[in-house]
Write a protein that binds this ligand. Sequence first.
Ligand SMILES: O=C(O)C(=O)C[C@H](O)[C@@H](O)CO
Length: 254
Amino acid sequence: MDLPLNHFKRAIRSGQKQIGLWSHLCSHLSTEILADSGFDWLLLDMEHSPNELPELLSQLQAMKGTKASAIVRPPWNDMVVFKRLLDIGVMTLLVPYVQTAEEAANAVAFTRYPPHGVRGFAGAPRASGYGRVKDYAHRCGEEICVLVQVETVLGLQNLEAIANVDGIDGVFIGPGDLSAALGHLGNPKHPEVLAAIDDAIARIRACGKAPGILTGDETLARHYVAQGCLFVAVGADQNLLRDSAQALAGRFKS
Ligand SMILES: O=C(O)C(=O)C[C@H](O)[C@@H](O)CO
């Protein structure tokens, strides 16, 4: 068996935009439906959704063979969590709350086997096709993609240092947390936040790395694509479900 290719990593490396959807629902059934809906990637969230390893594994299985790439956001920049996610076959990680180059370098090291990093070795994990991918241990670093999330003032100050860390493939700006950090909690469309995001996108691009973002506002999403964001989440599954369920009920009950 050959090492599986990371289509998302290859796409952002070659400058192709990737449109995604944020997934909070923690369900292999809804993930299976979403994965064949036309999105390039789905973000399976462990930071702000009640996803644990068994649910996540079912969602990865549901996405197998679909056109959408799985990106997993672990709850924290944590070696042990990364090791378990990589073993079950996660190929792309979005690491929250990275503020310094050192934290970015740690995130990369957690995904690489020695001597390039500190990932613990498992004999035949799911990621290696249960041992059928013979060169998995030596080659997996080529396909593993590390995206870091910058969402604080300190992170913005260190943006170039973070983006330039070897092994960092992209930098995602967290508009929600960044707006809070800039004193505009709950208002990611405040002019100061929008200006900071545009500036960050340009700086990430200047480092030759892929910028990414999330917004449910279609006009803003198109603006971010035009600014050069290469991976843009344009909505979230729980909001789609909430809005369409509420609208359907409303049409009959009002
Ligand atoms: O700061 C942000 O914005 C994010 O990190 C995304 C949030 O977690 C959330 O809006 C996802 O629904």
